[in-house]
Design a protein. Structure first.
Lengths: 242, 242, 242, 242
């Protein structure tokens, strides 16, 4: 069942330790088959060195396991909620990468201070507010998805243009059209947080990019006028998204 | 004598350089056989690349060598004292990991500012007070254990819920039910210190998690209502503790 | 066509990930054949692990592709402009290395606070001003080259003595007599930025080197009185520039 | 000539990149044969991957080459001066390790804020004052040695007890009884600088260890009452100094 997607989700999960984004088992990637309304996600708490493609768990949009012997990631209800409300996204990555978590702990957006961030994110990466006691004690992981979607609605953000969020006191979620792309975005977010941290310490002010530079860099890589990279069939693999 | 435990303590010690937690020989792991009242500990000052399972030293709860040709870690009396007073712990790890030592040098607790810490530690990681001149000059390593236990008593902390401490001006000790788990806790402590440092620099305030989020994340992974990870016989090794 | 130069540019590009200077595809190196008025540059957005020497693109000084199936780096007009105006340089490197980008985001020069910087750069590494809206919306990459050259002219800097610049809100460009040397300079710039950052945080003042120390270290390695390194035919490769 | 010493100096030099202490060729180790009054030092500006034991240069205490086809390190007169005035030392290491250089650029001592430093250095690591214009323009490298020795005399420091110094605006020199030990001290200095930096940023005060803790940790590892490590013939190699 969804064997090709399982392999891709497995491969994307295995990228997380290679990119320095996870310690131990603290991360997970899922990807959705929109036609079938099912997504594939990493099992909970399994060490990366022991993970196999066939260990991936198939889950429906209500977060119920459809196939698999292992428990899915405990964050599964968050993934399900995001897939139900961000209808264009194809995959989600969650990590505890340390620069991103530092901003989440500080309950601060990652400000778009350089083109490194603007190449991928059309503006600041928002920090969604902390969940309150009731939200935590009722359906924590579902409500985590809810505060994310509410924050995007409140700020009128397009999840395709800003494919990332910080959950206050917790950490980052990123997404994208594919499992690989959501992992790519998780790495860009981490590097952007590192740069923003040092820039803030140098200046002690938020030095946001002007709108026209944000537009320039974001649309160099996105949309119909994009001119970065190769747009032919000759270049494959990583190149496709970079 | 205790050959299985020696192998496990050896393996756990060898994890320290792999996890980036030690420079040169600055770390040690021990584990106890509670039935026999004996623990196994790394020899003092032996390079990791030269260490062998049979080099591990067997020590009794008074810190006296029972078997082994090499001197045990100079921190042996600290380990012995902790085993005598924290009766539920099965293993202890000591390192000089740099983020943790920075907090110890600053004589500050590592505040629980994110779920990364709360997943493992039920609150702040306490910094025990500096030893005074008499404590240092009489039985330094024993008294190091004493200030740790006294601090836990004074703060009414449960060592199973907060399996770590900083010794002021010195560095971290962590513990757990097994050698592997105490090393795991040493790594979580180091990552938590790194995150807390950057968060403090961003906000210049201690942004502690609220109690209900602390409860949520800690009990997601601990106690009878834990639902993180796999609780079957199918998943082994690292996964068991993660 | 220019096969030897392609190989050298390929080799220099491959040094970028090895030196920890690039994430994903965020960097490029070019080198020029001054006699033919053509330069060789990395194709746009191709992953390093897939790159081959024959993928390098040959471009003329107007930035037009002369040979190659792939799109050249999107930064090609910046490279072309710099080659047209800095007539002594033989190669250019661009990266998004994070310490350098932090200074660029803060719109600060990298101050020459230690001999590590002065050994390679004769003074501060200038941060060229941010492009304005018109500069960005007309010919962004060409105008990036223009603000660099204008800043060097305004400050009366010699591009051979200060072979590097930060573009505000964006990142570093370095250059040199060869592809390899421009990469070397990119690494020195990154280390210099890291050191300057920490020094600034310790002192909260710019602690510039005095002119005589700048002279001493710079001219120990450059010019006819240089006495660092080997000046015989016996030592080859990296040693030649170090 | 001095083939055994050449091999040891070569091995020690090769440790520098392995321990993350050098970028490119920015470091050198020498060691002395006190009976012959000759020391062996790395050649100037040769890449580590090309270095061979037979490339080491033999120099006398006046800094003149006695054997070797290559130029010795440009820092040779500094080494020679230190050997002439610190009569008990057997080897010297110089690096541009970045945490240490940050303190040197800030012209600050590395304060002894934790036992990590006190285990190796009996107190703060002094920052020698910057050379003045005349000192730089006459015999720069010799005068670098002179300001180091003068600072130790002025502060009445014992170079065996504090086997390291920072030269203002430049970087660290360390020494020891053997080439290997001087490299060991260079690594401890770098880690100590990293810890002290973060501790200072957390507290914004110098939190020096009290004298009795300094005594305890230093003399645990040094002198006739040392009890750290193994003092038998059974443990060899790195263990001997750790």
């Amino acid at each position: 069942m969804l064997e090709t997607l399982k392999q891709r989700v497995y491969d994307a999960n295995m990228q997380l330790p290679k990119l320095g984004l996870v310690t131990f088992t603290w991360g997970n990637v899922s990807a959705i088959d929109r036609q079938q309304g099912l997504f594939v996600i990493k099992p909970s708490g399994v060490a990366y060195e022991q993970l196999r493609p066939q260990d991936m768990v198939v889950v429906n949009l209500q977060g119920q396991v459809v196939e698999g012997d292992l428990n899915p990631s405990s964050d599964t209800p968050t993934h399900a909620y995001l897939y139900r409300h961000f209808l264009t996204i194809g995959a989600i990555t969650h990590t505890h990468s340390p620069w991103a978590v530092a901003f989440a702990a500080a309950e601060m957006d990652i400000p778009a201070v350089s083109t490194t961030q603007a190449d991928t994110f059309y503006g600041d990466i928002p920090c969604a507010p902390a969940l309150n006691e009731q939200q935590i004690n009722t359906a924590y992981e579902l409500n985590t998805g809810k505060v994310i979607v509410d924050e995007f609605n409140k700020r009128q953000l397009d999840p395709d243009a800003v494919p990332a969020v910080l959950v206050s006191q917790h950490g980052p979620f990123t997404w994208g059209e594919s499992a690989e792309k959501s992992v790519y975005n998780a790495k860009v977010l981490e590097v952007s947080a590192e740069i923003a941290y040092h820039s803030l310490q140098l200046t002690h002010r938020n030095s946001h990019l002007p709108q026209y530079l944000l537009d320039k860099h974001y649309y160099r890589k996105h949309g119909q006028h994009a001119y970065y990279g190769q747009h032919s069939a000759e270049v494959k693999g990583h190149a496709a998204h970079a």
